[in-house]
Design a protein around this ligand. Sequence first.
Ligand code: 5AD
Ligand code: SF4
Length: 453
Amino acid sequence: MKHFDQSGAPGFYLETYGCQMNVADSQVVAGVLSRAGCRRVERPQDADFVLLNTCAIRERAETRVLARLSELAGLKSRRPGLKLGLLGCMAQHNRARLVQKAPYLDLVVGPDGYRRLPELLGHDGFDPAVEVRLNRLETYEDIEPVPEDRVRAYVTVMRGCDRFCAFCVVPYVRGRERSLAPQSVTNEVRRLAALGVKEVILLGQTVNAYRYGTTDFAALLRAVAAVDGIARIRFTSPHPLEMTERLIEVMATEPKVQPYLHLPVQSGSNRVLEMMGRGHTAEQYLDLVGRLRRAVAGLALSTDIIVGFHGEAEQDFAATLALLRAVRFDAAFTFKYSRREHTRAFGWGDTVPEDEKSARLAEVIALQEVIALERNRELVGSAVPVLVEGQARRGGALLTGKTPQFKTAVFAPLMPVAAGDTIAARVCSATSHTLICDQLVGEPGRQGLASAS
Ligand code: 5AD
Ligand code: SF4
C-alpha cells in the first residue's frame, strides 16, 4: 500500500464517542490498523489518519461530532496529506448526507467495515471512500483488539440487535444479531488474563440474547468463569426479556459473576412501554427485579430511562417516577427522547415540548440522586473488596477502584497498592456517586467477599 511505505509507520489518531460497544470497536480498529503496520498517536497533529468512531443514538451525539469534525477540517487544510475519517454508527446512519455536509471527509466507514480500513485509507481519489454495507456475518472474531486498560477489559460476545424498539436506531446502524463462537470468547478472555487483566465485561447490544449453536448466554458465562486469572466478570447490556432463570441461576451461583446488573427499563408506563415495543409491562419488570434480588445477594441495579417519548402524558411520566421509587436503582442513566430518522417512532412526531422534556429530566435526576444517596449510605460501615484502578481524579494521594456492585470507591492507601490489586476497605461515608472508604489492613481482599457484600 503506497501510504504505508513512507519513512516510518503511518500514525493514526482515534477518538471514540458513545457506548462501550464503540470503545470495544475502537480497540478492534486499533487491532486492524496495527496489523497493517500503523502506529497509534496521541494527538491529531501527529497523525497521518485522524479517525472519529461515532455514535448516532441521540441527535446531541451527532452535533458534538460535527463540531469536532469542522475543528479537524481546519487541521486538514493546514496539512493537506492528512486523511480524515468518520467511523461507526453515525457513518452508517447519515452516510449520504455526511458526504455532502462534510466534503473534507476522506473516509466514511460503518461498524461492519473496519476490516477494510487499511485498503480504504490507501485509497487516493477525489471522492471519499465509503464502506457502509452491513454484514450479517461480521464479528471480527479473528481480530485481536488492543486493550487500553490493564485492569478491566471489554470482550464483545455478540453484535447487532433484532428488537427494533420504536425509538432506537441501533438495529439500523449495527444490523442483525450475531454471536461469536464460545471458543473465540474464551480464547480472548484467556489472552486478556495473560496480559494481567483482572475483570472482563462481556458486551453486546442485547448481550443476553447471545446464542451460538446450543450455547446460550448462561452457558457462555460459565465457560468464561472457568478461565483462570480473571477475578471478576460482568456483562452489559441485558434485555429484560432475555433474563432467563438459567442466567439468574448462574449470577446467583458463580462467584466471579459480580452482583451488579444494568437493566434498561426506559419507562414505567405500560402505555409507553407498549408504544416503545419493549415487550413487557412495568409489573413484569418489577417481578423480574424481585426474582433477581431474591437470587443474587446484595445485587446492585442500574437502568436507562427515556423521558418525553412520543405521547408520554403527565400520568405516564408519573408512572416512571413511581417505578424508580419502587425499584430504588443504584443508578440511572436518563435521556430526553431524541427523534431518530429510520426508526419506527420517527414518523409519529415529537409530542412533548423541549422545555417539558427538560423539566421531566430534571425531576427524574433529582429523584434518582436522592435514592442513590440513600442506597450508598446503607453501605456505610460495611466491608467491600475494591479492585484498584489507579489514582482518583481529583484526590492527591487517593486511589480509586470499583466494588463488586460497580460502585466507585476512593481510599487513601496505607501501604503500596498497585492497579489490579484487590484491597479490603470499609465504607466510611458516601455521596450519591462515590463510596469514601478506609483501607483495612491485614484483611486481604478475598474474592469470597465479592458476593457477600
Ligand atoms: N432518544 C433518547 N434516548 C435513547 N436511547 C436510545 N435511543 C434513544 C433515543 N432515540 C437510550 C435508551 C438506551 C440507551 C443506550 O440510550 O435508554 O437504553
Ligand atoms: Fe435499541 Fe431496543 Fe435494541 Fe436496545 S434492545 S439496542 S434499545 S432496539
